[in-house]
Design a binder for this molecule. Structure first.
Ligand code: SIN
Ligand code: CO
Length: 371
């Protein structure tokens, strides 16, 4: 991606300027960020997705002023002519190639931070109420119109009488009506309320992910220990004295435990490996369709559901890590960044790396590149 080139998608800023000036700092309204855009899914497609098990969806209604939330699968939607409802479908990028392509436009943010594309479709007046999110979001108007009111509210209090996180003391500072193709970026914590103006309002939300330090540690620690080689060395206490407090934890045992944990964490590449594997772990509802080994002479593309990252010593794919060096590493990094390798690039892989590619296409993590 050309990070220094100004783009209409970011109101004439380059991705580099956007990241410096706006990312995690202040909102940006972009008129016609995606001129001529059409939604990656119709109302019928979205309704069908929302009815499926394993697709995360929610129906929010505010009929007669009463907020209600129904978690998916949603068997039946209200009529589009009935005002005050909105359907939200998460993870569209896993289901539709067009949605994945839209999400890919935001890869000037590292893949490790990019989460998914959510689509909402609303009847007139539909919305989820004034709220704030803990993550950055790009809100793309894909069809119809939506009025957004936003504010940098720091004293938000949530209502306790509704099944949604709705701000009781919402104090918007700015208001914009977004038409199809317009986009609004909001940093984490900004209060916002988007209300559909007319029926058939489709909004895409590019969502990001971030962990708390504790959450990340809890995720990484078990992984750090799952490839430990047993030394077979048992705790020994030849200097243990006769105890008058038999229930007390021996200090030497605590020291032994501390050294064991520190040694496991400090092993070369252990944290790097655990982090890469954790970051590429597919989401719970993701499954891959098994395929055939890659036919000779063909390029290959990552499946839209595959998560691939790399660091100095590894490539990571769908929760697994592979050591890579030299030309193979360079080609695998290209695959991760471009999400494709052409036939000439595939031909330059070593026999071992080529075998891995066959395994990955058999697992459905990649597919032959179609023209
Ligand atoms: C929506 O698309 O209706 C809600 C998205 C959001 O406010 O985060
Ligand atoms: Co929001």
């Amino acid at each position: 991606m050309q990070t220094a080139l100004p783009t209409p998608m970011l109101a004439g800023l380059s991705p580099a300027q956007f990241m410096r000036r706006h990312w995690q700092k202040k909102p940006l309204l972009v008129r016609q960020a995606f001129a001529g855009v059409t939604p990656p899914a119709s109302l019928k497609d979205l309704a069908a997705l929302a009815a499926r098990d394993g697709v995360e969806s929610r129906l929010v209604t505010a009929f007669d002023g009463e907020w209600k939330l129904k978690q998916g699968p949603i068997a039946r939607l209200p009529a589009m002519s009935k005002p005050g409802w909105t359907l939200l479908v998460q993870g569209l990028d896993q289901h539709l190639a067009e949605a994945r392509a839209l999400l890919d436009r935001f890869r000037f943010v590292p893949d490790a931070r990019l989460d998914d594309l959510m689509l909402s479709i609303a009847s007139d007046g539909g919305g989820v109420g004034p709220h704030f999110d803990s993550y950055d979001v790009f809100l793309i108007q894909l069809a119809g119109r939506r009025r957004w009111r936003i504010g940098a509210q720091r004293d938000a209090v949530l209502r306790d009488d509704v099944p949604l996180k709705i701000i009781a003391n919402f104090a918007p500072e700015e208001e914009f009506v977004l038409d199809a193709g317009d986009m609004l970026y909001l940093p984490p914590g900004w209060a916002h309320d988007g209300i559909a103006v007319g029926p058939g309002c489709v909004t895409g939300s590019v969502g990001f992910r971030a962990s708390t330090a504790e959450g990340l540690a809890a995720e990484l620690l078990p992984r750090l220990f799952d490839d430990l080689d047993e030394t077979g060395k048992l705790y020994a206490d030849p200097r243990q004295e006769a105890s008058i407090e038999p229930a007390r934890v021996p200090v030497a045992l605590l020291d032994f435990a501390r050294r064991a944990v520190e040694a496991a964490v400090q092993r070369p590449q252990a944290l790097e490996r655990a982090l890469g594997e954790a970051l590429t772990e597919p989401k719970a509802q993701v499954w891959f369709e098994p395929g055939e080994p890659l036919p000779p002479g063909q390029g290959a593309a990552l499946d839209r559901r595959s998560r691939m990252l790399y660091d100095e010593a590894h490539v990571f794919l769908n929760g697994e890590s592979f050591r890579a060096g030299g030309r193979d590493a360079a080609l695998m990094r290209r695959l991760a960044d471009n999400r494709t390798l052409n036939a000439a690039e595939v031909a330059r892989l070593s026999a071992d790396a080529r075998e891995l590619l066959d395994q990955w296409t058999e697992d459905g993590w990649m597919q032959p590149l179609t023209a």
